[in-house]
Write a protein that binds this ligand. Structure first.
Ligand code: COA
Length: 424
């Protein structure tokens, strides 16, 4: 049995943020019914196409384990079918632009009227307020949520990060909101509205930078490299390069092969507790007792010299050798792994974190599996649906349309052409 078996999700999501959420629910066993515009579908199906004619990896990697129904929600018959779906489903998830669902005629009030037990979960760029009507994409959220202003080097511009903390990060938050609301419904019998703003989700993930914003009012942030370099702080949390966020000095250092390999680097933290071991490993045993080096506060104005010296050592080792030497000594280091190295790591396939999936249009592709492991509800990754692949199946099995009634729906033009043939 899967954890969310029996839960039906009306998946009205598109692009990345919403689909991240509903994919997790599908992996946990929910029946996720993805509603897509006839003949078009989720825009990502045809974005960043690498295999002509096939659904893109952008789409396939975010829509595993779902079923797809084509449905024009602006057509009268389409609205009838959508109403039936709302009656049947436990959760409606959407990430349309602000107001889109109301314009379709399905406000939260109307949805509750149709099914008081339903949970409606929405992602928008911003919460209520002056920007509530804005359409928002990943990098806009990273900027509005405070991440970009605190990422990058002090002497460079703000930077966005490759991890999709705006889209996928918000999808994760929404997923937790949904299962929490399902849990509350067990006791109250009522559904509720779950809302996540992308700005809020990014800010939640950048929480430690808001911590530093307040600490700044009481004095300089001593663990930031700029403190040791004598560079004054301004009035906002600055960019800290590759400093570690937790008070222990850390940097990214070159390793053997860095001249030709852009990822021949390691992260290296000089935790106070293992300072003596660091000194021994890099051949500087005198720093263990030498004044100016022995105690953490004394080292703060020498971090550039210290890390340059450590780097002279790491440059003689591969990033994996650095790991092999430092790990047994509890010196925290981490190789900078490329996506290629991760894709080739068989250990990740063994745990299901990486998976190989077969697809009728594109053949085998790699995907990231479910990162959350439930011992009683293991996630089995199945390929994403083709556009409208399950239209007739959902109309008949989930909604109970049969015979003439089914033909009426199929003939109305509300569910796309392909399925009209399938019903004949
Ligand atoms: C992502 C986003 C910017 C995309 O904007 P967009 O491509 O213009 O898409 P919209 O959400 O505005 O939807 C476009 C239209 O398609 C319509 N539509 C969608 N599915 C439909 C269907 N099955 N049948 C009929 N119409 C449909 C919508 O009703 C909307 O029509 P309207 O403008 O007349 O109200 C926007 O959806 C958004 O801001 N979402 C919330 C934040 C978010 O999730 N952003 C990150 C995405 S990864």
């Amino acid at each position: 049995m899967k954890a969310l078996e029996g839960i039906k999700i009306l998946d009205f999501t598109h692009v990345q943020s919403g689909p991240t959420c509903t994919q997790l629910l599908a992996w946990f066993g929910a029946d996720v019914i993805k509603v897509e515009r006839p003949g078009v579908g989720d825009a990502t199906r045809k974005q960043l196409v690498d295999v002509p004619g096939a659904d893109s990896l952008y789409f396939t990697m975010l829509n595993h384990n779902k079923r797809s129904i084509e449905l024009d929600s602006k057509n009268a018959t389409g609205k009838e079918v959508l109403t039936r779906l709302i009656e049947e489903c436990d959760v409606l998830v959407e990430n349309f632009a602000p107001g889109a669902l109301d314009r379709m005629g399905f406000s939260w009030e109307r949805i509750q009227e149709i099914n008081p037990r339903i949970i409606m979960a929405s992602i928008k760029g911003f919460g209520p307020g002056k920007y509530a009507d804005c359409k928002v994409y990943e990098n806009v959220a990273q900027c509005a949520g405070g991440s970009a202003s605190t990422t990058g080097f002090l002497d460079g511009p703000p930077l966005v990060t490759g991890a999709q903390i705006g889209d996928s990060g918000t999808g994760l938050h929404l997923c937790l909101g949904i299962v929490t609301a399902l849990y509350q419904r067990e006791k109250t019998g009522r559904g509720q509205k779950v809302s996540c703003a992308m700005q809020d989700s990014v800010l939640n993930l950048a929480r430690v930078k808001m911590r530093d914003q307040q600490r700044l009012q009481r004095g300089p942030l001593k663990e930031y490299s700029q403190y040791g370099e004598g560079i004054p702080f301004g009035d906002a949390t600055p960019r800290a390069g590759n400093d570690s966020g937790g008070g222990q000095p850390g940097r990214i250092l070159k390793c053997k092969g860095w001249e030709n390999d852009p990822n021949a680097y390691t992260y290296f933290i000089i935790q106070a507790a293992v300072w003596e071991k660091v000194c021994d490993v890099i051949g500087k045993p005198e720093w263990k007792t030498q004044e100016g080096y022995a105690k953490p506060p004394e080292r703060l104005d020498k971090l550039n010299e210290i890390f340059s010296t450590i780097e002279e050592w790491t440059k003689t080792k591969t990033k994996f050798e650095v790991m092999d030497i430092c790990n047994p000594l509890n010196i925290p280091v981490g190789p900078i792994l490329s996506m290629k190295e991760i894709a080739e790591d068989e250990g990740l396939y063994a745990t299901g974190t990486m998976v190989r999936v077969d697809h009728p249009e594109r053949g085998e592709y790699l995907s990231v599996g479910c990162p959350i492991k439930l011992s009683d509800s293991p996630a089995e990754v199945r390929r994403s649906p083709l556009l409208g692949e399950h239209t007739t199946e959902i109309l008949s099995d989930v909604l109970g349309y049969k015979g003439d009634d089914l033909n009426r729906i199929v003939g109305s033009g509300a569910v796309g052409d392909v399925k009209a043939q399938a019903a004949e």
